[in-house]
Design a protein around this ligand. Structure first.
Ligand code: M6R
Length: 609
């Protein structure tokens, strides 16, 4: 969580850093700050709340510097406040640090610094120990002081460091938190993520774990933990900065919902030849290798985990192999049965989710083959995997994931189809039918998007409800988890999703007059059972909004309202039925006046455990 950015060059660092922070705000937004190396020494300004507050604070000030660092925070240690906002300084006020991550041994280091050096801390953060440590080690050589300080740190960090005594130098360090370097002409940048600096550069260095980078305006040197200089290939960013703009939509979330047909088609097209044959170029999956797997483990968090739930059904069905799905933060402490015959699939939009990364490392340690499904090229999950299956969703900025989810689902189908076909266990006609259905999904989603106004009206009808339940059977139950997560994270309505058949075993006790139940009823083979479940909740006073395929009149007869999705195979519905739920959540949140793209307490990239 948290975003860091830094600049060294001939321009005014202040404007470049504020602009970069705005583009990183999705990573955390409870406070922001900037440190500039001016001719009068280090100037640090920080403010609780959004970056706008910081901008307002410095608006009247004549601040000019060619070197600076900035930070947008998602609080871990210490409440969101001015004093806990970054940058943090050493006691001399000459050294400033911005940090993304968590220092696990900060208490121990803090006590040591207090006892040995009598340091009085100015904040409740773990980050301040880094600044104070560098300060006590500093005797005219910032590089040396940083190396010595970092040796003492345990935990995760992406750091930006400047010192007023060395105004021609910006230092960055990475361990388990994302960090990139942007290479300009007569200027260089650091950032947590590419969009922060894409306006200025397209040439990037992806910094690896335990590396330290020394930047001057004309040079960048990367060192490993042994202080040996390392060579890095330049990564050229091909996508456009405009892809990360709202383009007339009120919110990124709505724009990203509308981008799903394209993202899905792009993800399919990248992996399919003209004859409809799935090609996993660059991914090692020979027939022999696939036959050697005796189990697939899918591990992820949040929305990506929900994609994994669908992945289980799809891959088991198409590839005829047992699939387990787990939440990443649980997997690593479960002592799972994973070995060299396991295909471990990590799903992550950002590729930086620490829980997923830790689970991936655990699986690798046990000998599993790691295939990741990732949206951000060059992210940590991608780099640490044996093979990567990129989703082609484009940059996803809204905290609530939408297009990343549906493109992750596409990957589940493609992996299942590919494995089934390679093994020779999937009949050709079944394979062909799936390909045909998958290729038709973008147009079917367009059809759902055309019902946006109707869904907005339903949101206007229901937005005052305090409790909303989501129910479904089979694949619909996995989609209902995702619909419920979307709703609660952006509208703050208490919402609960449950497999419809499980309701009667306890949760139905909560259904009463005025409860809204959203019933997913898209699975034809389970439709009768689902209709019974709808009747059960209606009998207890619930209002029912159903999601069903066109012309399922039995649903219309039982539910109060119905949103229809186009005709398709039961197995494909998750790709389509989630879209009205995303739109519904969006308009409910809008009616309630919520900050849709930046919901409270959340961040886009969860890089803490
Ligand atoms: O970047 P990842 O896909 O690894 O993120 C996992 C979850 O944190 C993420 O999906 C989260 O649940 C979203 N806010 C959901 O909209």
């Amino acid at each position: 969580m948290c975003g860091i950015v830094g600049y060294i060059g001939d321009e005014n660092a202040r404007d470049i850093i504020i602009d970069g922070l705005k583009r990183l705000e999705y990573r955390g937004y409870d406070s922001a700050g900037i440190a500039l190396c001016t001719e009068n020494g280090l100037v640090v300004r920080k403010r609780q709340g959004r970056i706008q507050n910081l901008e307002n604070m410095i608006a009247g000030e004549d601040l000019y510097a060619n070197l600076g660092i900035g930070h947008t925070r998602w609080a871990t240690h210490g409440a969101p406040s001015d004093r806990n906002a970054h940058p943090h300084c050493d006691r001399s006020g000459r050294i400033a640090v911005v940090h993304n991550g968590i220092i696990e041994n900060f208490m121990e280091l803090k006590e040591w610094l207090q006892k040995e050096y009598g340091i009085e801390f100015q904040s409740d953060t773990d980050t301040e120990v880094i600044a104070q440590l560098i300060g006590v080690f500093y005797s005219g050589d910032l590089e040396e002081a940083v190396f010595r300080a970092v040796e003492k740190l345990q935990g995760s960090y992406g750091l930006g460091i400047i010192c007023s005594e060395e105004p021609d130098k910006l230092i960055a360090v990475r361990r388990d938190s994302p960090l990139i370097v942007g290479l300009g002409e007569g200027c260089n940048f650091i950032a947590s993520d590419i969009p922060a600096i894409l306006r200025h550069v397209r040439k990037i260095y992806l910094i690896e774990n335990n590396e330290t980078v020394i930047l001057t305006k004309n040079d960048v040197k990367i060192y490993n933990a042994q202080r040996q200089e390392v060579h890095r290939e330049v990564f050229h960013v091909t996508w456009d900065a405009d892809a990360a703009e709202k383009e007339g939509y009120d919110h990124f979330m709505l724009k990203e919902i509308h981008e799903q047909p394209k993202g899905i088609l792009d993800t399919i097209r990248r992996r399919m030849d003209a004859d409809g044959k799935i090609v996993l170029d660059g991914i090692r999956m020979t027939k022999a290798e696939i036959e050697n797997f005796n189990k697939v483990y899918i591990v992820a968090c949040g929305t990506a985990y929900h994609a994994g739930l669908i992945g289980k059904t799809v891959i088991e069905k198409l590839a005829g192999i047992s699939v387990e799905v787990d939440i990443a933060s649980e997997f690593r402490y479960r002592e799972p049965f994973v070995d060299d015959r396991t295909l471990f699939i990590a799903i992550s939009q950002s590729g930086e989710t620490l829980d997923t990364l830790a689970a991936l490392r655990e699986a690798k340690r046990k000998g599993a083959r790691v295939l990741s499904v990732v949206n951000v090229v060059g992210s940590s999950v991608a780099r640490e995997s044996d093979d990567v299956f990129y989703t082609w969703a484009g940059p996803e900025i809204a905290v609530a994931s939408t297009k990343a989810y549906t493109t992750q689902l596409v990957c589940m189908y493609l992996i299942g189809l590919y494995m089934g076909r390679e093994k020779g266990t999937l009949p050709q006609d079944v394979y062909d039918r799936y390909i045909e259905e998958l290729l038709a999904v973008p147009e079917k989603i367009e059809k759902v998007l055309r019902q946006e106004k109707q869904i907005e009206n339903l949101a206007k009808k229901f937005y005052r409800r305090d409790n909303i339940f989501f129910i479904g059977r089979g694949m619909d139950s996995a989609v209902s988890y995702e619909g419920s997560l979307k709703l609660k994270e952006i509208s703050y309505i208490n919402s609960f999703a449950i497999a419809a058949g499980e309701l009667k075993h306890g949760t139905i006790a909560l259904i009463e007059e005025g409860t809204l139940v959203i019933a997913l009823a898209t699975q034809d083979r389970l439709l009768e059972k689902m209709i019974s479940n709808i009747q059960e909740v209606r009998a207890r006073g619930a209002d029912v909004l159903a999601i069903a395929k066109e012309n399922r009149t039995a649903v219309e007869q039982q539910a109060d309202d119905v949103i229809y999705i186009p005709e398709c195979m039961d197995e494909i519905t998750p790709l389509i039925s989630v879209v009205p739920l995303q739109i519904f959540a969006y308009y409910i949140a809008k009616q309630r006046g919520c900050d849709i793209d930046k919901p409270k307490n959340l961040a886009k990239s969860v890089t803490v455990e």
